[in-house]
Each structure stands twice: as C-alpha cells, then as structure tokens.
Design a protein. Structure first.
Ligand SMILES: [Zn+2]
Lengths: 956, 249
C-alpha cells in the first residue's frame, strides 16, 4: 500500500530542564474505512459496525443519520450515551485520545460502549487517514486544533456518504457549533437531539450542566476556585498544598486533607472552607494563619438538622489541641463517581427539581431534575454529579438508573455491591466458554505428573453449608514414629489458564464476596461449587503439601506435588469436633483428626510464643428464613477447637509455600505483608486503658500480645475482648505485593509474627492464591512459566487491584451484615448489654456484642427535642458525667435497641439508655425483653485473625 | 501509551507488520572506496568503506590467510534529540564489536589475505534500530566498494506489543515504551544468522514470534535494497552517471 509520510515535531522539556525538539514520523494511510455497511467506496473497510439503514424515528432529524460526538459530549453525557436508544455512533481517534487524557473512568465506559456490538459504535482513526489528517497551525491552541480535526472529519464523512446518510455532529459548545454549521456540517446539541426522541428516561439522564445558567444570577455562596495555572504556581511556590480530601464520617461539615509527606492531616471546617470538595477529590489547600487553627469538633452531625446544635457547641469550645487548619482554594482532580441513594421526599406537587440523598454519608446531597418523581420516589437510584456552581448549596447532577424498590433485598444488595465497586455482573459468554463440560471427571491422562492420593484418608472441615471447599487434610502415622501430614488444596489453576478470559475476569474480581444470603463468585459456579470443590467421596485434582512431622510437630521433610485425591468426608466444624471428642470412634479419619488437633495445639502455642496476636472482631451469623430470606435470629459465631485446627494447618501451608516460591522467584513471588502499625495508632487506646489501670506495651507484637493477655478485669468479663477489638482497629491492612518491590525486612506479617507469608490455601475464592499456585507449579517443574508470571510490573499492578478489591469486599460484607441487622430489627424493641467503645463530645459509641453492632447513644438533644439533663464532657479523661454517673471507655451499659424507620432514606438503629439509670434521661427496661439475663455467657470468644475483616470462613 | 491501538495501528500510524519507509543512496563520497547513505524512517546513517588495503597496525598479529576487518561505529553529537558531547561511548564500543561480527560473517575474507578492510558508520540521526540500519548501510557501502561477499547481511529489530503482537522495525518511541526487543542480522538467502541480541531478558515463549518477525523484516529490507542496487547499477551502466541521484522506493 502507498503511504504518505509526514512528521510531527514538538518541543518538550526534560526533567533536567533541557529543551528537546522531538521529531516523529507520522504515516498517513488510505486503507482506513468509514465503518458503514452502506458504503461501497472504501476498499479495505475492515470492521463495519454502522448499520446500513439506521433508524429515523427522531422528530428533529428526518433523514437517515449517524452521530459523530465531540469530546465534551462524551465527557459530560456518558450516562445518556449508555442508554440503549442512541445507536450508530462514530468516535474519532482524536476524541478517544482526549477523553482518555481527561477522564479515565469515562474512557473505560466509552470503551465498553465501543465493544458492545449491539450499540454500533465505530472508531474512525482520523489522525492517520490521508484525507482527514490536518496539521496544527502555528499559534493554534490544542482545543481549537482538536475542534478543527473533528470538523474536518465530519465534513469528510458527509461528503463520503454523498447525502445518502447524514453524519450529525453532536456538540455542546455554542462557539464550535456555530463554526461547524457555518462550514455546512449538520450540527446540534445532544439535548436538541434527545428532545426529538421523546424519551423521558433518556431526558432525565442528560447532564444537568446547563442549569448553571439559571443559577448564575443568584449570589454566590462559595468562594471561587483558583485557575489551574494559579494552583500550579501556588503549589510550586509552597503557598498552597496538594492533598486528598476525606470527608469526616460523622460530621458532614468537616474533613481532612491528607498531604503526602506531612505528618498531620490538615483540618477543614465549615462549608466555605470545604468549598465544594467531595470525598476523595485531590484538592489545593491554603493554610490558615496559626491563630485561626482549630480542633476537630468531635461531634456527630449527620444532617443540617443537627446544625443548630453545632452552633451552640462551637461557641463554648476553646480548642486546646489545635490542628493545622486550612481551606480549599481549588480542586485539582475530581474523583466523582456514580452514587447510590434515594430522592428526598418532596411536598411540592409536579416539581421537577429534587434533592437526592446518597447512601454514603460522606457525599453531600445532590440536586437533580426529573419528571418521574412519582415513579422514582420509593426507588433506590443511581445519580451522577455534573457540576457544582458557586451559587448552589448542593452539587447538580442527573438521574442514571433505578435499582429497585427501597427496602427490597435485591435493590439493597445492589446498592451495597455498587457502593463498594464489587464486580457482580453475570459471567460473560467468553468466560463461560472457558469452562470444562459439566460431566468432567478425572481421567487417566490427568494422572500424568500427579501423585495418586486417592487411598489416603483425607477429609475436609468447613462451616456448615459451605459448597466451595478448597482445602482438605490428612494425617497418618509412619513406621519411624513420625507422622505424614498433608494439606490438599483445590487445583484451580488446572482449569484457569493464564491470559484466558476466565483468568482475566477472576483477576479483576480478585475475591469471592460473601453477603448474607448471597455469594458473588470469583469463578463460575461450576468450578467453585463443583469441579474444584473438594467434595467428599469424589475424585478431585489437588495441589498438595506433604510434610513428615515428628510427634513434636517439627517438620523433617516437606514436599509439594500435584495430586488426585478422594476426600473420605466433608465435615462441618461441629461434626469434626464430635468425632474428636467421641473416644469410641477409632476410624482412620478419627485417629487422624485427633493427631492433627494435637499438632495444631503445638503449632499454635509456638506461634503465640513467637508473638502472634490474638485479636478479635465480633462475628455474627444470621439464621435465615428459607422462604422470605429474612433474618430470624442472630447469633455470635461459636468457634470450636476444630476451627483453630484447620486454621493452624492453613497458616503452616501458607508460610511453607511462601518460603518456597520466594527462594525460587526472589523478584516475582506474590506475598502478603502486614506492616507494623505506627505507635501513634495506639495512643488513644493506651490512654483509655491507662484510666482503668491497665498498661499496654505496643513496642513489638509480642509485647502487645503479652499485655493483652494480662489485661483482665474481673468485674468486666468482656473487657479483654473489648481491648482486642479496639487493638484490631489500630492495625494496618495486610497487603499483597511482589517480592521484588520490597526488602526482606518489609515482608514481615505483624499479626502472625511471621517473617514471610502468602496466600495459597483458598484459590477458589482468592485470586492471589491462583498466582501463588502458578508460581509453585513452576517451582516444582509441574508447569512452564508464562511471560505474565515473570513480569514484576504486571504482578505488582495485579497486587494493587487485589488489595483494593479485598478491602472493598470486606466493607461490602460489613454493610450486608448491617443491612440484615436493620431488617432483623424491623418492628422489634430489645434491651441488650453493651459496652462503651469511645466517648465523644456529644455521644457515646457503644458496642453490642450480641449483634456485633456498633451504635451511637446521643447525650445531647437532637433538634426539636427537649432534654432535662446535661452531660459534662471531660476531654482529657475521655469521660461524660451526669450527676453521680460517669461514663468511661469499656464501661458496661444496658441500652434499648430499636429501628428508626421514620427516615426512609437511612434506617438506623436507635439506642436509648436503660442502665445505669439517669432520671429524666434513661428509660425503663422494656417488658418485651427476655434476653438480657444470659448475656454474659454469649460473649464471643476472641478469634484468631490479624486485622482481617469478618468473613464466612476463617481467613488465614 | 499503547504501542498498538485496538484498531491495530502503531503510534506512528503503521500496522504491526509494516516497516518504516526506506530510502538510500550509494556512492555518496569520492574519497572512500565505497560509501552509502541509508534512511529507515528517521534513523539516518552514513557508511564508508576503505580497502582492501595493506595492514597498517599490529601487522605482526594479523592472520596470514585472510583479511582483517576493522569497524568503527559512532554517533554524531547532533544525532539525538538530547545533545551530549560524547554520546555513550561504552555503547558505541559494544556496537562496534557487534558490527564487526556481522560484517565478518558475510565478507569473503579469505580472498584478501594480508589486507585490511575498514568500515566506518556514523549515525547522523537516531530514531530507533540504530544498529540494524548501520549493518544495512555498511552492506551497501561494501557493495559500492566492490568487496566480495557471500551475500548481503541485513539486520532488523523487532519487539512485542500488548504482550502478544510482534512489532517489526521499531522506532525509538517503541524502543523506550516497549518491553524487550530482538535485533537480528541474517544472510537472507541462506537464512544464516550473523548476529542475534536481545535488549533485556525475554520470555522464552516470546522469542520465536518476535524473531520470526525480525527475520521477515530482514528479507523485506533485502528485497528493497536489492532493487535499488540493481536500478543503481543499471543506470551507471547505462549513462556512466556515477550515483548522484537519490532513489526512493
Ligand atoms: Zn466508506
């Protein structure tokens, strides 16, 4: 083919400040097609997604037409574009690149649209087409240049189709629209175009940016933002600081800015100082003079309703502990996303402007326009923010879609999944195509390179109802007096080959997410619940760790091998416990389990002696109604010896595998580290404990473990567990990483007191384990390496994603528990024992162990309420006093729990004080309650896990 | 930046299997016995050959039965966008050795006992594949000097985009953005490999497709240069008008 060549020259400044002139070749082609099925001109027209007869049911456009979008339309109207009605769209390379440069999230969504064949999107590579390439003119701004390129392509297209099909340029900018019309290009805005379609839903989805014009006449209530250039200069000169804005969880008019490299966060207080920053935004901050520095208000303010209260308190407060305080002068990068929530109840009939209340408390309310209020008022919705003008108290946004009725389990679950960005769509056809047949069984060829362990007395021990069994154990006495111990893990990587669609999907999902009553699988059910699951009595492929152990649980010999196993029994923790305890049972399984249990105790003691932490997070379980799927009762998970038995061997396997893969792959081993928390994390806990005469030493994990063991108060049996719960919250997150990115000292797993650790034992539900399996397979020469496995950068990128997803999934799991707690409390009132976790200025944070629930007991009156008594807050001692009654951290209280459904937006559990009695404040014990009596026996035993969140299965 | 877009185009508009434009000129100087100027894209190289002539240095160590090949690779100070006084001398020394290895494979050294052949190449402008263009230019200069060779020796550099698609004849941008690359010099008719080098560690699964693509590139360059040379000599033969014209393809 003939190619013309031209060159692109540009000037660039290097890091050292040198000016470079860069010349690059730029080839212009004649083999780029227009992408239309109607075209007979284009010789080498590859893909042709544009329909031959595009639909013409638009009142404003009588002719057959395709749409050609300019960059701003894509950036601002992506929600409307995602509506199925808009089809046959041409995206220019110029637009694609600009979108990619300006917003990664919109770019990703645009790419999804382009990939969706039913939407008929075509990418026209205008910059390499010989007829549509234009050179930048001297003095032309990049914006003008891009606009001109778009016009040239639009003109070319219209000429190319010779009027048979019109190519409509969709542009929102008035100036560039006028220019295009002037050049004879059919042009309109998306609003005009959508108007012709007469589609209410689509109209609602249009960005609300244009209402800025209406608002402009009003008085601004926010200070202006600086221009990007001013911000740039300010940051360079040190007058401004750049950081990430985090809205306060409790107080919506307060926030912090985290500046990299700065020890203390910058405090922001009040609407004008927050200046339209939204949680997660990268902002430019100006410090206030030190005389104006303030302290966090320590208030719980959920709504404007609480504002009066804030004003009252603010005047009386003389902040002692002043924080660096600042104000937002500009937003460098907006981290806006789509938000779940609900429309605020409106009294005005037929109003089109409404307020939207996001589910996430850190996000302000959003003003939207809709003509569908009656339809949407009791629905869970998704809303996107368009803009936040100076004149508007709330940001302006638009409706994206509805998730279903408020309170319905499906809609609520959807909210949880979306809010935590959990990928949960159905597996695509490409992914499902990677699956083996349902009738798959182990065949002779599978034995190649595998040990035949079918005769071993292997069994699995899991929670009741577990269908994704990824580990099984065996133990057998050897003639020399030692024991052979085996840990057998489902061989998931036999079915999931690197780089296949199923692999990419699993890597994206990173983990299986367990909501109450719903499991979002990482791999399709055929694998997770059947072919990989090590069911009892069925032949399965496994990856086995086999050790020879002395009776003292010292490993003399260890080996790893792929294998075929046939588990003799799939048991629950309880069943296994019964077998161990029943001395009459002397089957091979029973003897094996007893020996494993003995070993586990030795291993656990050894681990604790080395300084491993026993932490606690209350784990609860709902007993569900099988019909309605509503929770019938709540119970704290009981941990049996067998839980700990399985856990010890999983830990052992993980550590041994970590050592092995690290020695073979010092650069690429996927490991898990748990950094030591900075001492400052413990400050408030140490202070609170000291008030009760308990000294906590947090120098090393061993010191902490020892002082936690010693911290027992006879008058408060739950005290020790409380301490452990609070200590858990001082921990940092454990994270995955590629070994080559850290030094060996940094590998340390603080919670387990292990110098090196990884995840190997749950490949069905964790992607990290899949990577580790592949590495170990190469290590023992069972498989060959693949390029992806040995790419440090790629491995590190995958680890980053795993860390984010893992964290989000644990938040989602907590949210699901909270949702079910709310459902459980509908129409119920209960008195329960609780303990004070934190003492705040206007409230007590209380933990109710029975439900693993944390609630706020307000001590100051809420708006519209009268309160006869007042509490005195002592910041130094962290106490609240009222007459003779003093509240301190860890104190037991009895509270009445009920569900406040008056606010449909946010149902919440309301706490009222029952004991200790405070006249005119506490309420009498409710008769309905019968549960308070045996409370103390139901306290959860501390469970062994580092800072890992709660989950259905023990996480090790 | 993606090395290969979803539409299958590279950063400069080429498809993965397209080479950059080639343009060359033989006999550009009168002083040397042979000379050539070669452009592959924006990489521009000048080559000059002196010899065969008497051995001038280290005469005692020189072999009796074949010619001594002396190579010199250098880069003009203005050849790259960031000008440096002495552009990476270690690298030049290394490339000199590789160049000598490739050229020695092709030259029939046994025809020139007790003589020396000097090959000088200078990169005037650098935009990726410097070594390969130098080998190709040196081949042209040797032909211009009339030195007997087994056959052409042609080189090409190739790498991988998105972990799966081989890219032939990579530019400087693709060199810096991309992963490991393979440079190969071959004798295109016999298919013998004269020199093979990877820029960094490359996974075994990638070697074959990338190498195949580089060798295909070599054969394409060979065809192109071969046509130019034939045309060049037809014209000198016809008009005795010693190569003053530039021949574009
Ligand atoms: Zn066409």
């Amino acid at each position: 083919m003939v190619m013309k060549v031209t060159s692109k020259t540009f000037i660039r400044k290097t890091k050292r400040g040198n000016i470079l002139k860069i010349v690059r070749e730029h080839y212009l082609r004649d083999d780029i097609g227009c992408g239309s099925l109607a075209c007979k001109k284009c010789k080498r027209n590859g893909e042709k997604p544009l329909e031959k007869n595009p639909s013409v049911d638009n009142d404003g456009v009588p002719d057959k037409h395709y749409l050609l979008l300019d960059t701003n339309v894509v950036l601002h109207q992506i929600d409307a574009l995602e509506d199925d009605t808009l089809k046959n769209v041409i995206i220019l390379q110029t637009v694609l690149e600009e979108v990619k440069h300006l917003s990664h999230s919109v770019y990703k969504r645009l790419m999804d649209l382009i990939g969706n064949h039913s939407r008929c999107y075509y990418v026209f590579v205008n910059v390499y087409h010989k007829d549509t390439y234009v050179e930048r003119v001297r003095g032309e701004s990049p914006n003008d240049y891009n606009d001109r390129m778009i016009r040239v392509s639009a003109l070319w297209y219209n000429k190319h189709f010779d009027g048979k099909i019109k190519v409509l340029l969709i542009s929102s900018d008035e100036a560039s629209k006028a220019k295009a019309i002037n050049e004879g290009i059919p042009t309109m805005s998306l609003e005009q175009y959508v108007k012709g379609l007469n589609n209410v839903t689509l109209t609602d989805k249009l960005s609300n940016r244009n209402s800025v014009v209406e608002e402009i006449s009003k008085e601004p209530i926010f200070p202006p933002h600086l221009t990007p250039a001013q911000i740039h200069m300010g940051i360079k000169s040190g007058k401004l600081l750049q950081g990430t804005f985090f809205a306060s969880n409790d107080n919506f008019l307060e926030g912090n800015v985290f500046v990299e490299g700065q020890e203390k966060n910058i405090l922001l207080q009040g609407r004008e100082h927050l200046n339209r920053a939204i949680n997660g935004d990268i902002v430019a901050v100006q410090m206030l003079p030190e005389s104006e520095w303030s302290a966090p208000t320590n208030l719980v303010i959920a709504d404007y309703d609480d504002l009066e209260l804030e004003n009252n308190l603010n005047n009386t407060v003389q902040p002692k502990d002043k924080h660096p305080t600042g104000r937002v002068v500009g937003i460098i990068r907006k981290k806006w996303r789509q938000y779940c929530g609900i429309i605020q109840h409106s009294v005005v009939e037929n109003a089109t402007r409404h307020l939207f209340v996001p589910a996430e408390k850190k996000i302000p309310k959003i003003r939207i326009e809709t003509r569908q209020y009656d339809k949407l008022k009791d629905q869970r919705l998704i809303i996107a923010i368009d803009t936040w003008p100076r004149t508007s108290r709330y940001p302006l946004g638009h409706f994206v879609r509805s998730l279903g009725k408020i309170g319905e389990r499906e809609a609520e679950n959807e909210v949880i999944l979306l809010e935590h960005d959990v990928p949960h769509s159905k597996f695509s056809d490409q992914v499902l195509a990677c699956l083996p047949k349902e009738t798959w069984t182990v065949t002779d060829s599978d034995f190649f390179g595998r040990e035949d362990f079918r005769d071993l007395d292997i069994c699995s021990v899991d929670p009741p109802g577990c269908t994704d069994i990824d580990d099984a154990l065996h133990c057998m006495a050897l003639k020399n007096g030692n024991f052979q111990v085996g840990v057998h893990i489902a061989d998931v990587t036999h079915f999931i080959k690197p780089g296949t669609p199923i692999d990419l999907e699993a890597s994206q999902r990173a983990t299986t997410v367990y909501l109450t009553g719903r499991r979002i699988d990482m791999v399709p059910g055929l694998l997770s619940s059947n072919l990989c699951s090590l069911r009892g009595g069925e032949e399965r492929l496994a990856f086995s760790c086999v050790w020879e152990m002395t009776p003292n649980a010292e490993i003399v010999n260890s080996s790893f091998t792929k294998s075929v196993i046939k588990s003799k029994a799939a048991m629950t923790y309880e069943q296994a416990q019964l077998i161990i305890d029943d001395q009459n049972q002397n089957t091979a399984i029973a003897i094996g389990l007893r020996q494993l249990n003995k070993f586990a105790k030795i291993l656990k003691k050894r681990r604790l002696d080395a300084g491993a932490l026993v932490l606690a997070s209350p784990e609860i379980r709902f007993l569900m109604d099988s019909e309605t799927r509503d929770p019938l009762d709540v119970e704290v998970k009981q941990l049996k010896e067998t839980n700990s038995m399985v856990e010890e061997f999983m830990l052992l396997a993980n550590i041994e595998v970590a050592k092995k893969i690290y020695s073979d792959f010092p650069e690429f081993a996927v490991l898990r580290r748990h950094p030591k928390p900075p001492p400052s994390n413990f400050e408030s806990l140490i202070k609170a404990a000291a008030h009760l005469g308990v000294e906590l030493n947090v120098d090393t994990s061993k010191d902490l473990a020892n002082s936690l063991d010693k911290a027992v108060k006879l008058d408060n049996p739950f005290f020790n567990t409380m301490l452990r719960i609070l200590a858990t919250r001082c921990m940092l997150q454990a994270v995955y990483f590629a070994s080559g990115t850290k030094t060996y000292d940094e590998f340390m797993h603080y919670g387990l007191a292990a110098p090196i650790y990884t995840h190997f034992t749950s490949p069905i539900r964790r992607y990290a384990d899949v990577l580790v399996h592949r590495l170990l397979a190469v290590s023992i020469a069972a498989e060959n390496t693949t390029p992806e496995l040995l790419d440090k950068r790629k491995i590190d990128a995958i680890c980053q994603n795993l860390n984010v997803r893992t964290r989000m999934s644990s938040y989602a799991e907590r949210a699901s528990v909270a949702l079910n707690t709310h459902i459980f409390f509908r129409g119920k009132i209960r008195d329960e024992e609780g303990y004070i976790l934190y003492v705040k200025k206007n409230a007590l944070q209380i933990l109710i162990p029975k439900y693993g629930l944390e609630g706020t007991l307000f001590l100051s009156p809420r708006k519209g309420q009268l309160q006869m008594v007042t509490f005195t807050y002592n910041e130094e001692e962290q106490t609240q006093r009222c007459g003779q009654v003093v509240f301190r951290t860890f104190d037991p209280v009895t509270v009445q729990l009920s569900l406040d459904s008056s606010n449909v937006q946010h149902e919440r559990i309301v706490l009222k004080l029952v004991k200790p009695e405070i006249p005119n404040f506490s309420i009498p014990s409710s008769i309905a309650s019968t549960t308070t009596v045996q409370q103390t026996q139901k306290n959860p035993k501390p469970c062994d896990s580092s800072s890992e969140p709660l989950c259905k299965k023990p996480k090790v | 930046m993606d090395l290969l877009s979803r539409q299958g185009l590279r950063t400069d508009g080429r498809r993965s299997d397209e080479l950059r434009r080639i343009s060359c000129k033989m006999g550009v100087f009168n002083q040397p016995d042979g000379s050539a100027y070669l452009e592959q894209g924006n990489t521009k190289v000048l080559a000059a050959v002196y010899g065969p002539h008497e051995i001038r240095v280290n005469r005692s160590k020189a072999p009796n039965d074949c010619a001594v090949i002396n190579c010199q690779y250098s880069m003009a100070t203005f050849s790259r966008s960031e000008r440096k006084r002495r552009p990476r001398d270690n690298k030049s020394a290394e490339l000199t050795v590789h160049l000598k290895q490739a050229m020695t494979t092709a030259i029939k050294t046994d025809l020139y006992p007790k003589s020396q052949i000097d090959i000088f190449v200078e990169v005037l402008q650098s935009d990726g594949g410097n070594y390969s263009v130098c080998v190709n230019a040196a081949t042209l200069a040797l032909i211009d000097a009339g030195i007997a060779m087994e056959e052409f020796v042609i080189s090409c550099t190739s790498s991988l985009a998105n972990g799966e698609v081989p890219l032939v004849d990579i530019s400087h941008l693709e060199e810096t953005l991309g992963g490991p690359s393979i440079t190969v010099a071959i004798l295109p008719i016999s298919g013998k490999i004269a020199m093979l080098e990877t820029s960094q560690r490359m996974h075994i699964n990638h070697v074959e497709p990338v190498l195949t693509e580089a060798m295909r590139g070599c054969r394409y360059i060979y065809d192109t240069l071969n046509k130019t040379i034939k045309k060049h000599y037809e014209e000198i033969g016809g008009a005795l008008n010693w190569g003053t014209e530039e021949y574009n393809i």
